[in-house]
Design a binder for this molecule. Structure first.
Ligand SMILES: Nc1ncnc2c1ncn2[C@@H]1O[C@H](COP(=O)(O)OP(=O)(O)O)[C@@H](O)[C@H]1O
Ligand SMILES: [Mg+2]
Length: 265
């Protein structure tokens, strides 16, 4: 499951709450943070000292050297292994948040943005591909921007793309573009998650006007002052009250995803 969307819309919030909810429902959940500024760990309640000591996979030159045979920046040309060993990475480098909830901080796999760190990025991509293809459990990827960084080959391995948007015309149009892109790249099930909703009816009108696509799977998540307060106080989302609006709305999102998963695309 890929979580896409413009910065600030609530991708990390949704990814973290989905992960926690699915883990509570008994799934084995692996969360992957593919943002260039990873912050999923903090949302999931990983202690700050642990979170700060994590080296993202896409920046882990030592591991890349070990697995691809090349030190970054050392005239590697085309000679590094494109099939590095990655099957043990989640086991060895994953942070255990709960018994059935793990996190691997991948970092950004967008080589054009990250400068020349190609062996590490190749390793991170190989890991993502392997994980998304092989895993029978739930894998949630919190990624900045859209599916385009994943490209063909990787994108189409996702069962779901969840594009997160705010209830504004501008944000919804961007979300519409990202969803078209995800579809073109081969992701069959796309869900528009409209977050920070203060007025459901108004949000539905905006969605209808901005997107004009009545086949769209849409899910609304309410604005929640508990999230603002947690953010202000530096508390993880695990501290939100059980009856807080975002938790209820994400719970219903998991039910929707479960039922969509059983249906053919
Ligand atoms: N439903 C919501 N109600 C209120 N604030 C929210 C909600 N969802 C997210 N936020 C806040 O919006 C900001 C951006 O959320 P975040 O999940 O970090 O976005 P992204 O990962 O897309 O950049 C954060 O300050 C977060 O606390
Ligand atoms: Mg984020």
């Amino acid at each position: 499951m890929l979580i896409s969307g413009k910065g600030g819309t609530g991708k990390t919030t949704v990814a973290a709450l989905l992960a926690l909810t699915l883990a509570e429902r008994g799934y084995n959940v692996l969360t992957l943070d593919a943002d260039s500024v990873p912050n999923l760990a903090a949302s999931l309640g990983v202690p700050p000292d642990v979170a700060e000591s994590i080296v993202p996979l896409a920046k882990n030159e030592e591991l890349a050297e070990e697995r691809t045979g090349v030190r970054p920046g050392e005239g590697w040309g085309l000679l590094f292994s494109l099939t590095p060993k990655v099957d043990d990475i989640a086991e060895r480098y994953g942070i255990k948040v709960r018994d059935n909830l793990k996190l691997v901080v991948v970092g950004s796999i967008d080589a054009s943005k990250e400068g020349c760190m190609c062996p590490a990025i190749a390793l991170a991509k190989a890991f993502l591909l392997h994980t998304v293809m092989k895993s029978r459990d739930v894998v949630i990827v919190d990624s900045e921007a859209g599916a385009e960084v994943f490209g063909r080959g990787l994108a189409e391995k996702f069962d779901f793309n969840l594009t997160v948007s705010e209830p504004t015309v501008k944000s919804l149009r961007i979300a519409g573009k990202l969803m078209r892109m995800a579809k073109e790249l081969g992701i069959l099930k796309n869900v528009l998650v409209v977050n920070k909703v203060r007025d459901n009816l108004r949000a539905m009108q905006l969605i209808a006007n901005a997107l004009r696509n009545n086949q769209l799977h849409t899910h609304l998540i309410r604005w929640d002052d508990n999230v603002v307060k947690a953010e202000e106080e530096g508390r993880p989302l695990t501290t939100l009250p059980r009856n807080s609006p975002v938790r209820e709305d994400v719970f219903h999102l998991t039910l929707k995803l479960e039922s969509l998963h059983k249906r053919p695309a």
